[in-house]
Write a protein that binds this ligand. Structure first.
Ligand code: 3IO
Length: 349
C-alpha cells in the first residue's frame, strides 16, 4: 500500500466510522426498550410483586417483550392496585385489565374441575402439581375457562399449618381458628380445626389482630408476608396445593396478531415449570432459612400414629368430591384418574 492509498483508506475508515457512529447514535436515541410498542397489555395481580406469583408475572412480562422484539409491552399492576383477589376474573371479563392473575382455588364454585387438583392427592412439590394442573387443563378443556384464554398456570407447594402455638396433634388443632383457601377449608375442618377462608393479602392483619391463630398454605409466606414474626411453628404435614391461573378475555386474545399469540402459547408451556422450580428450589427454602435464623421458627414432626389418623381423616375428601362433581355432570372420576397419572409421570421426570 503506498502513502496516498493508505491516506485514502484512513479517510474511508474515518467516514465509515462516522457513518456507523451516526447510526449507533440514532439507535441509542431510540433504544429497543423505549421504542413505542405496538401493543400494550395491562396485567393485574392481587398480591405483592415480590411474592412468587408476582415474580412469575414479571418474568412473563419481560419474556413477551423480548420474544416479540419489543412489539408487546406489559404494564404490571401487583398488590391489588388494579384488581383484588375476589374481583380478578370478573375484572378481566369487564376489561378492567387485559390479563388477570387470580387463584381458582379461591372460588371452587366457579372453577369446579380445577378444584380437583387441590384435593389431598400427595403432590411432592409445586413443579409436579403445576405441570399436572396445566396438562389436565389442556386435556379436559374445562368449561369454567370458556370465557378466557389461559396464559399461565401453576400451584403452590402443598400447604403446611403455620401457627402461633405448636400444633403436634388433633388436640392442639381442635377448634383452632386457622385460615385457608379453597379446599384447604374442608381439609382443616376434617382435621378438627375451625377454618376461616380469606385471600392471602388479608392474612398478615388477621394474624396481628388475633382473628386467626395461623394459616395453612405454602411456607414461603413466612418470609414474603413476614408471618414468621408471629407464626413461629410449622407442622411438617404437607396437605393441599393452591392453584393459580393467569387469563385474558378470549375475544381480546383472538384479536392479537398471530405472531404474538404464538409467543403467548409458547410461554404458557414454560410457566408451570419456571414458576414451580423457582418456588420449590429457591423461594420456600430461603423463607424457611430466614424464619429459623431471624425468628426462631420451629418445624414440628407428627408422630407416625398421629400422621396415620390425619391421613385417614382426609381420605374421604376425594370420593366426596367425585360424588359432588358427578352430580354437576362433570367428568370427575376421569379427571382424578388423569391427575393421579400425570402426577406420577411428572414426579418421575
Ligand atoms: C399465595 C397467594 C398470593 C401470593 C403468595 C402466595 N403464596 C401462597 C399463596 C396461596 C394462597 O393464595 C393462599 O391463599 O393460600
Amino acid at each position: 500500500m503506498n502513502r496516498s492509498t493508505s491516506r485514502a483508506h484512513r479517510l474511508l475508515t474515518l467516514a465509515s466510522a462516522l457513518a456507523l457512529g451516526l447510526v449507533a447514535g440514532v439507535l441509542a436515541v431510540v433504544p429497543q426498550s423505549s421504542r413505542a410498542a405496538d401493543i400494550t397489555l395491562t396485567y393485574a395481580f392481587f398480591a405483592p410483586a415480590g411474592t412468587f406469583p408476582g415474580r412469575q408475572m414479571a418474568h412473563w412480562a419481560e419474556q413477551i417483550n423480548k420474544r416479540t422484539n419489543g412489539k408487546v409491552e406489559v404494564r404490571t399492576f401487583p398488590g391489588g392496585t388494579l384488581l383484588g383477589a375476589r374481583e380478578m376474573y370478573d375484572g378481566v371479563s369487564k376489561g378492567v385489565a387485559d390479563i388477570g392473575l387470580g387463584s381458582p382455588s379461591y372460588d371452587p364454585g366457579r372453577f369446579p374441575l380445577t378444584s380437583g387438583v387441590s384435593l389431598p392427592l400427595g403432590f411432592p412439590n409445586s413443579t409436579v402439581a403445576s405441570r399436572t394442573l396445566w396438562a389436565a387443563t389442556k386435556e379436559f378443556q374445562p368449561k369454567e375457562y370458556a370465557p378466557y384464554k389461559v396464559i399461565a398456570m401453576f400451584t403452590t407447594e402443598p400447604g403446611h399449618i403455620q401457627s402461633r402455638n405448636p400444633v403436634r396433634n388433633a388436640a392442639d388443632l381442635k377448634g383452632l381458628k386457622l385460615r385457608a383457601a379453597g379446599t384447604g377449608v374442608p381439609v382443616l375442618a376434617a382435621l378438627g380445626a375451625a377454618p376461616v377462608g380469606m385471600p392471602m393479602p388479608e392474612v398478615p392483619q388477621a394474624v396481628q389482630t388475633g382473628v386467626i391463630e395461623g394459616t395453612m398454605t405454602s411456607r414461603e409466606v413466612l418470609k414474603d408476608f413476614r408471618l414468621a414474626e408471629t407464626l413461629k411453628f410449622v407442622t411438617d404435614y404437607p396437605t393441599v396445593v393452591v392453584t393459580f391461573a393467569a387469563v385474558m378475555d378470549r375475544k381480546r386474545f383472538e384479536r392479537l396478531p398471530d405472531d404474538v399469540k404464538k409467543v403467548i402459547d409458547e410461554l404458557a408451556e414454560e410457566m408451570p415449570v419456571w414458576t414451580g422450580q423457582y418456588h420449590d428450589q429457591q423461594n420456600v427454602g430461603a423463607a424457611l432459612q430466614w424464619s429459623k435464623q431471624q425468628h426462631q421458627l420451629q418445624v414440628l414432626t407428627l408422630a407416625d400414629d398421629e400422621r396415620a389418623r390425619w391421613d385417614a381423616a382426609l381420605a374421604p375428601m376425594v370420593s366426596n368430591w367425585i360424588e359432588e362433581m358427578k352430580a354437576k355432570g362433570l367428568p370427575a372420576e376421569r379427571y382424578i384418574d388423569r391427575v393421579r397419572a400425570l402426577r406420577d409421570r411428572f414426579a418421575r421426570q
